[in-house]
Design a protein. Structure first.
Length: 319
């Protein structure tokens, strides 16, 4: 037995039942706007996954003249090409240290409290990294969806049009910009503060743009598509009021499901190497959470916008 010994995973999992781990995973999914709207790929078998994305489309044409013989027209050739988009699994980690006396004396369900906090934190960190690049691993798309959309000029400042309805729904509104790039809006994510403004928004025919959820447990609908208002603090509210897009073109995957281990021995150090906790000598326990996820923005070519730099499946209503 040494200072770095820990309780084996198999022993720890006896204290962390499978159903409780699944509860956390479900809570993460339900709180994360990205995990609800992005296309979930099958779990990654290695650290990186290569996505084949269409870069050039095959084209043909009608021909005139006889179908055979010396006077038959020559058939032109065409080509198609694919680009490689690499999705890399990166690690989310957290260690929660608790005094053993607190565990013994409290009447509060400490694991339940930690479970709730960790599920919300993973959701917030994932959304912040994917939507705006905040705290994102360097292997993930720089600046996230916001940078992808603004780089393709798919952003509209609130108040740029005649009214907010115009900012959203006109030809030059965020919906129109996404459609002009060859995509159909499949979902919308917004800042919580936007909800009150949208509730009073109507078309010229008096039709509300924002409608309540069609069933319990489902999101509200904005112009007919799912509309999510995350309240975990991970949405880039200082940059965007609303992010709409064809969310099938944002993909994510798991390399490693959520792993939870209980540690009763060992030390925890800060970035300078200083020991901040000695679990055995200070009579403390630690819960360690690890999850590995990947994220990518494929952006396939289409006939309406063949230029990659000018194409994005997303549109931003900016602050």
């Amino acid at each position: 037995m040494g200072y770095s010994d820990i309780v084996a995973t198999a022993d720890a999992l006896a204290l962390m039942p499978t159903e409780q781990r699944m509860e956390i995973i479900k809570a993460i999914h339900d709180k994360s706007a990205g995990m609800q709207l992005f296309r979930k790929l099958r779990n990654m078998s290695t650290k990186t996954t290569t996505l084949k994305v269409t870069e050039a489309l095959a084209v043909g044409a009608f021909v005139n003249g006889p179908s055979s013989g010396v006077d038959a027209p020559l058939i032109e050739t065409t080509t198609a090409s694919w680009d490689d988009v690499i999705m890399t699994a990166e690690k989310y980690t957290a260690i929660v240290v608790i005094d053993q006396d607190t565990v013994d004396d409290t009447t509060v369900d400490l694991f339940g409290e930690v479970k709730e906090q960790i599920s919300e934190d993973i959701s917030a960190k994932f959304d912040a990294a994917t939507f705006a690049g905040t705290g994102a691993p360097t292997s993930w798309p720089t600046g996230g969806i916001v940078t992808h959309a603004t780089g393709a000029s798919n952003s509209v400042a609130l108040g740029a049009g005649a009214d907010m309805y115009d900012d959203l729904m006109s030809e030059n509104g965020v919906w129109g910009l996404v459609e002009a790039d060859g995509f159909r809006v499949s979902g919308a994510v917004g800042a919580v503060t936007l909800s009150a403004r949208l509730r009073g928004l109507r078309s010229s025919d008096g039709v509300p743009l924002l409608n309540p959820a069609p069933a319990e447990g489902m999101p509200d609908r904005l112009n007919g598509v799912p509309f999510i208002l995350p309240n975990h603090g991970g949405f880039p509210a200082t940059t965007a009021h609303l992010i709409v897009g064809d969310y099938r073109n944002a993909v994510w995957s798991l390399r490693k499901d959520l792993e939870i281990t209980l540690q009763t021995q060992g030390v925890i150090q800060d970035a300078s190497g200083n020991i901040t906790h000695n679990l055995n000598q200070q009579d403390k326990v630690a819960l360690r959470f690890i999850m590995r996820l990947g994220f990518a923005l494929p952006n396939p070519v289409n006939k309406l916008q063949p230029t990659a730099a000018s194409r994005s499946p997303f549109g931003i209503l900016t602050v």
